[in-house]
Ligand binder design. Structure first.
Ligand code: 3H9
Length: 697
């Protein structure tokens, strides 16, 4: 008998138990164990009903993702589900935690389903570039109708047990917290009432109602907008359509064909890399698992601007009280009004209740004095990027805050060690770089200074998790990981336009790659003055920063969306960038001034120069140990800058292209254009020479 699936009998109920931590994924041992246990239950003449239940924190959370891409070992999951469904004794699935993907499909292959009210169910395969491949696309619509099944399968969103009950996905919900007892009681009631086997494959009323419906075309049209560039959501629609138009067995065959197409798509590789990378980043190299954590039960924030307010919301959302300190009462009032408006908008959209708006607002208080910070566990400074001001603030924090308080800066570029030098406790100082809008963006780039203690590093990573962010711990250098790479891309994009490309052409190449917006649309969103100020400061400090047409925009007060004109123009109430002939004229004048005769620039050159310059910089970041692993860089870019998750992040994408291709291009641009940014990274050269990839590091 398998060690991970066991069979025993309790009264007249044959109990099949899966115990395969951490999430009871359907690896080979579980699949074969399920078959063996079912066979035993069928042979057990005392067992009238069979009950499938899981040990640990959850019901089956899906196929074992780690097995994807390897040869399939029999029995396959669809086969296992067929055998379960064909059982002539009723089989009950008892769900706690999450029944996801192949896990929910397993439950749908059973004849009855009970769930704890806290449980959730879903078919999230689409988030991995797949579709439910063990009958989910055929069985779910038979219970819920096509529309709801399409909603669940194309978004991958979970539904709670009470909703699943309404939808007909589960038969009953138990309010307790003991799934085994609840499952046994339900199974006994089925035996007592002599209920028959009830196979989902045989249910036809819901799908009969969907015959001839235009719901499939409606979903395809929606996906054209919402799932631009993605492969599997469209295949999900095809598979659900097959449930409605084909007999069950043929529908299953169609599902398999479509599943294999998704499995073979490069997007599956990218999305699965993203899935594991998102989890791996929390395991920080060199930081012991049992590093003690400091309590963070209260937070102080300096600055009630867009950033400070957004950061405050993250803590209030999880019940942690926040005190915001500002210089002037008006600034506080303005900041609070924006926070309230954000919460009220969420309530209008039904994301939170009006009571929650008040609960969260009540957790946020304001003050004009740093004395308000004397008891807080963590202070995050979120004022604008000026080293002198930041140092002054940290000096004051050092004087006011209690010993052991963590002093963090939200700086996006500045040197954490220099900021820490303004205190007598550099071991408590760290960077916590949130991304704008801070209440929405999932990335938290935590920056370790050279003296930051392990306890503080581990605590800020735990804080990220607590406030539902993806925390990545990176080293201290100008711009850290994200902005350091972004600035290289930005400079290259600007240069491409100097030389002859249009901003629209550059942006289109980037959005075609899958970014939600291009470099220049992003500059307009962030504010043209931001980059201008940075360039001016660098010029003032004697650095050789070439002039560009973007300086002219800033000087003419075209600051982006906030002035309704930047690289693009904007219409009242709209964020849609519209190409502007006035900008073409500014660019043309700039070229004339600089004596540049514009040339035709190909999309391929734009792609290579914008992306390869970033990858070369990413390799230098790895070489210097600013990022520990290529996957840390990938996560920064996916969650902070909208790099398409289906390409797995820039470093994963580079591995797929082949590092030799990247290096050849970098060397060519180094010869043609020169500059530090094109100096090939020593690590990149070494990896190519050794025939290795970033993933091998
Ligand atoms: C599928 O089912 C295809 C079928 O339709 C067709 C087949 C023919 N496999 O997230 P956590 C690991 S596709 C292997 O930190 P949480 C995870 O890596 C699958 N490993 O915990 C981590 O490992 P480690 C459809 C898995 O409590 C540990 O478990 N299913 C799997 O925050 C804990 O994970 C999904 O897409 C897996 N399926 O969240 C569900 N799942 O400790 C994906 C997790 O070494 N999973 N691990 O870092 C999830 O959404 C969350 O993990 C879950 C728990 C909600 C279950």
């Amino acid at each position: 008998m398998s060690e991970v699936v066991t069979y025993n009998r309790e009264g007249t109920v044959g109990v099949i138990t899966v115990d395969y931590p951490p999430v009871n994924a359907l690896g080979h041992a579980v699949r074969s164990g399920l078959l063996a246990a079912l066979e035993q239950g069928l042979k057990d003449s005392e067992a009238k009903v069979l009950l499938l239940v899981c040990e640990g924190r959850t019901f089956i959370a899906g196929a074992d993702i780690r097995e994807f891409g390897k040869p399939i070992q029999e029995p396959s999951l669809p086969e296992v589900m067929n055998v379960f469904e064909n059982s002539d004794k009723p089989v009950v699935a008892a769900i706690h935690g999450t029944a996801l993907g192949g896990g929910l499909e397993t439950a749908l292959g059973c004849h009855y389903r009970i769930a704890l009210s806290s449980a959730k169910v879903g078919l999230p395969e689409v988030k991995l570039g797949l579709l439910p491949g063990a009958g989910g696309t055929q069985r779910l619509p038979r219970l819920t109708g096509a529309r709801k099944a399409l909603e669940m399968i194309t978004t991958g969103e979970f539904v709670g047990a009470p909703e699943a009950l309404k939808l007909g996905i589960v038969d009953t919900v138990d309010e307790g917290d003991d799934i085994k007892s609840a499952g046994l009681a339900f199974a006994n009631s089925i035996a007592d009432e002599g209920k028959p086997v009830r196979r989902v494959r045989d249910l036809t009323d819901k799908i009969a109602a969907d015959q001839g419906s235009d719901v499939f075309d409606e979903f395809r049209a929606q996906l054209e907008k919402k799932a631009r560039g993605l492969f599997s959501p469209f295949k999900c629609v095809d598979a659900v359509e097959a449930a409605v138009t084909l007999p069950f067995d043929e529908g299953m065959k169609r599902e398999r064909e479509l599943f294999v197409q998704c499995m073979d798509s490069p997007q599956r590789g990218g999305l699965i890399h993203s899935f594991f990378a998102e989890r791996e980043v929390s395991k920080v190299k060199g930081l012991a698992k049992d590093t003690p954590l400091r309590d963070v039960n209260s937070v102080g924030i300096i600055g009630a601007g867009t950033m400070g307010g957004g950061i405050a919301m993250n803590f209030a959302n999880v019940g942690i009280p926040v005190t915001i300190v500002e210089v002037k009462q008006e600034a506080l009032d303005k900041g609070f009004a924006i926070i309230r408006k954000n919460y009220e908008n969420s309530a209008k959209k039904g994301r939170i209740t009006t009571e929650q708006v008040e609960e969260r607002m009540a957790l946020i208080s304001g003050s004009l004095s740093y004395d308000a910070f004397k008891d807080v566990d963590l202070v995050i400074e979120a004022v604008f990027e000026n080293m002198a001001i930041k140092k002054e603030i940290f000096g004051q924090l050092d004087a006011v805050c209690k010993p052991g308080a963590i002093l963090a800066s939200n700086t996006s570029t500045l040197d954490i060690d220099e900021i820490a030098s303004a205190t007598k406790r550099p071991e408590d100082v760290v960077g916590m770089h949130f991304f704008s809008p801070a209440n929405v963006m999932k990335l938290l780039e935590n920056v370790r200074g050279s003296k930051t203690s392990d306890e503080v590093k581990a605590t800020v990573m735990a804080v990220a998790k607590k406030i539902k962010k993806v925390g990545v711990l990176v080293g201290n250098c100008y711009g850290f990981v994200g902005n350091r790479m972004l600035h290289k891309r930005g400079a290259e994009a600007m240069a491409l336009v100097n030389e002859g490309a249009t901003p629209q052409q550059v942006d289109k190449v980037l959005t075609d790659l899958g970014y939600p917006m291009g470099q220049f649309a992003m500059s307009d969103l962030a504010g043209i003055d931001v980059g201008y100020r940075i360039r001016q400061e660098r010029r003032n400090s004697g650095e050789d920063v070439p002039l560009s047409w973007m300086d002219k925009l800033a000087e003419q007060d075209r600051l982006g969306q906030k002035t309704m004109a930047g690289v693009y123009r904007y219409e009242e109430g709209s964020r849609k960038p519209i190409p502007d002939p006035a900008v073409d004229a500014i660019i043309a004048d700039f070229r004339k001034e600089q004596g540049i005769s514009p040339r035709d620039i190909t999309d391929q050159e734009i792609l290579e120069r914008c992306m390869f310059v970033m990858i070369n910089e990413g390799a230098k970041i790895l070489e210097e140990g600013v990022a520990d692993r290529a996957l840390d860089i990938d996560v920064v870019w996916i969650f902070g800058y909208g790099f398409p998750a289906y390409r797995g992040g820039p470093m994963f994408w580079a591995d797929q292209l082949g590092l030799d291709t990247i290096l050849n291009a970098v060397e060519k641009y180094h010869d043609d254009i020169g500059g530090d940014q094109w100096k090939p990274s020593a690590l990149l050269k070494r990896l190519v020479a050794e025939g290795k990839s970033f993933a091998d590091l």
